[in-house]
Design a protein around this ligand. Structure first.
Ligand code: SF4
Ligand code: SF4
Length: 375
């Protein structure tokens, strides 16, 4: 072992240097230092976000998600949302360039933002309904992949089966298959409530795994609720008003065909879409909360939340067992105030936002919540 021998003068100088540097550090750990760290983090986050947004903007899946609520507006003005898609495709490279520049610059010059920063990675154990949902969600994803494969091999001519496709069909005046699709969705909600959102939507696994990843790295989705609940209803109204106007406009020439919907994508589009949407979802989940798309943006979620209360499948509340521990509310991805319903003596959680996911059943220590059919 090597020992440094210092004279008492050198020792005193070293102590003075450390004290001075400590004072400087202390001075820097004031609000200015905090602001500096936040600014550097914001730069890195903006870089990552812009890069991913740019990548995602070059995929049909992502563009479909962001143009879905305003799809009908384009038809109202005699054009199609493909104009917006082409615009985003065109400018996506600029987002990528700006994003890479910000990311690389902040990593080279500023990282680590705090020398004592640590990344604690640990995965929490998933419990039963979560596991069942995960299996079901992967089953749905497998069906989509099977569909893509069959179309690619020329074994199937069934076009894309997704809400955007059927919205496009209706907007273009091909109303038969579209009407059938929307009628089936409404009927399913009357039987299974918003289980479609909780279990079958293709964006569901992405949002749920984004929450899991955040928890695994010691972060969590914000619990702050965005006070602007009306946003989802404005988007829902835009979606349906434009849809009805377009169907009315084409009233004389409505047909029952399946053509004109979106083409079935390729495996490349499917995986690149998932891979680019996922990190963006992680970021947005952190800042907007779990299932932000279902709560604030999806016009179908907005529609279903209005009449979900009439669905037969419900979360039954056993008020006599409830001890008001609030665990269920703390774990509800949709921010439903479950104990409020228990305190009010409700037989079930008649909340438009409940997607019958079962998370509250998993965490309730008193078995005060169960799945049930009927009112
Ligand atoms: S109330 Fe329960 S079942 Fe409904 S969304 Fe919240 S956790 Fe899921
Ligand atoms: S977790 Fe169970 S006991 Fe606790 S508040 Fe919710 S329903 Fe009541």
């Amino acid at each position: 072992m090597e020992l440094d021998v210092v004279t008492s003068e050198e020792g005193a100088a070293e102590v003075t240097r450390r004290v001075t540097s400590g004072v400087n550090d202390a001075a820097q750990s004031t609000p200015e230092r905090g602001r500096g760290i936040r600014a550097k983090k914001a730069m890195l986050l903006s870089g990552v976000f812009l890069t991913l947004f740019g990548l995602a903007s070059s995929t049909k899946e992502f563009l479909g998600c962001i143009t879905l609520p305003i799809d009908g507006i384009f038809y109202m003005f005699g054009t199609t949302s493909h104009i917006a898609l082409a615009f985003f495709l065109d400018i996506s490279k600029y987002f990528i360039m700006a994003g890479v520049f910000l990311t690389v610059t902040s990593l080279i010059f500023f990282y680590p933002f705090r020398p004592d920063a640590k990344l604690n990675v640990h995965f929490k154990k998933w419990n039963t309904w979560k596991k069942r949902r995960l299996v079901f969600q992967f089953f749905v994803l497998s069906l989509i992949m099977l569909h893509i494969g069959l179309v690619a091999l020329g074994k199937s001519k069934v076009p894309s089966i997704c809400p955007l496709s059927f919205a496009e069909l209706g907007n273009a005046g091909v109303f038969g298959a579209s009407a059938l699709f929307w009628a089936s969705i409404f009927a399913l909600v009357f039987v299974f409530g918003r289980a479609l959102c909780g279990w079958a939507c293709v964006y569901t696994p992405v949002q749920e795994q984004a929450t899991n990843v955040l928890k695994a790295i010691g972060k969590s989705p914000t619990k702050k609720k965005i006070g602007k609940k009306w946003i989802i209803y404005v988007l829902t109204a835009l979606f349906w008003t434009s849809f009805v106007v377009n169907v009315a406009k084409n009233a004389r020439s409505l047909s029952f065909g399946w053509a004109n919907g979106l083409d079935v994508g390729t495996y490349w589009l499917f995986f690149s879409g998932l891979l680019t949407i996922f990190p963006i979802t992680v970021l947005l989940t952190h800042y907007l909360g779990s299932r932000f798309f279902c709560k604030y943006l999806c016009p179908l979620g907005g529609t279903m939340s209005i009449y979900n209360k009439f669905g037969l499948l419900k979360m039954r509340l056993h008020k006599e067992k409830c001890t008001d521990c609030q665990l269920c509310a703390a774990n509800c991805q949709m921010g439903v105030d479950i104990p409020k319903y228990a305190a009010a003596g409700s037989r079930s959680i008649a909340d438009g936002n409940c997607i019958v996911c079962g998370d509250c059943v998993d965490v309730c220590p008193k078995d005060a919540i169960t799945f049930a059919f009927g009112r």
